[in-house]
Design a protein around this ligand. Structure first.
Ligand SMILES: *Cc1c(COP(=O)(O)O)cnc(C)c1O
Length: 399
């Protein structure tokens, strides 16, 4: 049975956000069931959600945490990242991809992106490997899986780990292998705009039981035995052997996640359909180019990013952005290259010029609204507002 996302009533001039969660009555009932149960946290729904995500991704294990950022931090901890270690990350990503390296005292090294796909540039990864490099943390930008076979060959050659930030790409696949099973460890986010949501939440998938044991302790203050084991031995005793955090996911969140995961494949199809409608609506506009999508992937379109040729319609990307926002189209820009943020410039000496492709592309990219409940009329509305925005400017030039 296909369950439709909750209707999202709006009229023509209502604000169209760039992303929106899809929650239905089945999701709500699942949360209510947990609220009436004995376990609000660390109960059966958490392990059920972990098993469901591991099964979906085709991995042996999954570790639930309370955000995508916590999932990334768990991976850095489990890998043993420490001061002096370097982790290569793409610069065109959300800052959390790099921040997690710094949490462990490591140094993020920023790689440039491929000009066609805006995914991490495999050649630049290779160029940035040093004797201190411990891992490559690839990001499936916009939802498109990276070229994991090529990245894995580089990782093997240098004896380093390949990790994935798949906060955009749950539901995607690469060469018929599911995202989540393509790297040593993979991090997911369940923030409301992401492919499925638990309100806030995250998960790490992996096949390695030792990494799993480290992450399970780390998400729970570093406590070496969990309360299930403690109850079995009838003991009050526990030990802190390593410093951890409270990164636990609740049963309330997990119940929502289990229910959401059942609908993921339908949601991905809806997103792919909307992306197809955009491609058709935008082909006639020479100034707007969709990003390249490789043939060996299934792209779940977490966000729909296009490139706008600045000035080609008499206006800049920033002016187009402002006009579309004024017209109620919730466009966005993903992302400011992380190496340009003042924190990184100040503490890691990064600067403009280090990743030229990402820096120039950043001035051209625009994220258009995409979410499962979007209708064909909404896509048409975005397309005609883009046409209108450039026409107004041509008329103003003429006047
Ligand atoms: C959303 C996101 C994160 C962080 O996830 P949270 O759940 O918000 O902590 C990390 N990396 C990328 C690429 C993201 O899009």
């Amino acid at each position: 049975m296909t369950i439709q996302p909750s209707s999202f009533a709006r009229n023509e001039d209502e604000f169209l956000p760039y992303g929106r969660h899809a929650i239905d009555d089945v999701d709500i009932a699942a949360v209510v069931d947990v609220l009436k149960s004995d376990w609000l946290t660390t109960g059966p729904a958490v392990s059920e959600f972990e098993r469901a995500v591991a099964y979906y991704c085709g991995t042996d294990e999954a570790v639930a945490v309370n955000s995508g950022t916590a999932a990334l931090h768990c991976m850095m901890y489990a890998l043993g990242i420490q001061p002096g270690d370097e982790v290569i990350v793409p610069t065109l990503t959300f800052a959390a991809t790099a921040n997690c390296v710094v949490y462990q005292g490591g140094t993020p090294v920023f790689a440039d992106v491929d000009p066609e796909t805006l995914l991490i540039s495999v050649n630049d990864v290779e160029a940035k490997i040093s004797p201190r490099t411990k891992a490559i943390l690839a990001v499936d930008y916009a939802g498109q899986p990276c070229d994991y076979d090529r990245l894995q060959r580089i990782a093997n050659k240098h004896g380093i780990a390949l990790l994935a930030d798949a906060c955009h790409s749950l539901g995607g696949s690469y060469r018929d292998r599911a995202v989540g099973s393509l790297a040593l460890m993979t991090a997911f986010s369940f923030h409301p705009v992401k492919p499925i949501t638990t309100g806030e939440g995250g998960m790490v998938t992996t096949d390695d039981p030792q990494l799993v044991a480290k992450m399970r302790a780390f998400r729970n203050h570093g406590i070496s035995i969990d309360h299930h084991q403690r109850r079995k031995s009838g003991a009050w005793h526990y030990e802190i052997c390593e410093l951890g955090f409270n990164y636990r996911m609740s049963d309330i969140q997990s119940a929502l996640g289990i229910s959401q995961l059942r609908k993921l494949n339908d949601r991905v199809k809806q997103r792919q359909r909307i992306a197809g409608l955009y491609n058709r609506a935008l082909t006639s506009m020479a100034a707007i180019q969709p990003l390249a999508v490789r043939e060996d992937v299934s792209h779940p379109y977490h966000i729909l990013v296009v490139r706008y040729a600045n000035e080609s319609q008499g206006i800049t990307r920033d002016e187009l952005f402002a006009k579309l926002r004024n017209a109620g189209i919730g466009v966005n820009v993903h992302y400011i290259p992380v190496h340009l943020h003042p924190y990184y410039q100040k503490n890691f000496g990064t600067q403009c010029g280090m990743c030229p492709v990402a820096e120039s592309t950043y001035k051209e990219i625009l994220t258009l609204p995409i979410f499962p409940a979007m209708r064909g009329e909404d896509v048409q509305r975005v397309a005609s507002e883009i046409v209108l925005a450039s026409r107004q400017s041509t008329q103003m030039d003429a006047a």
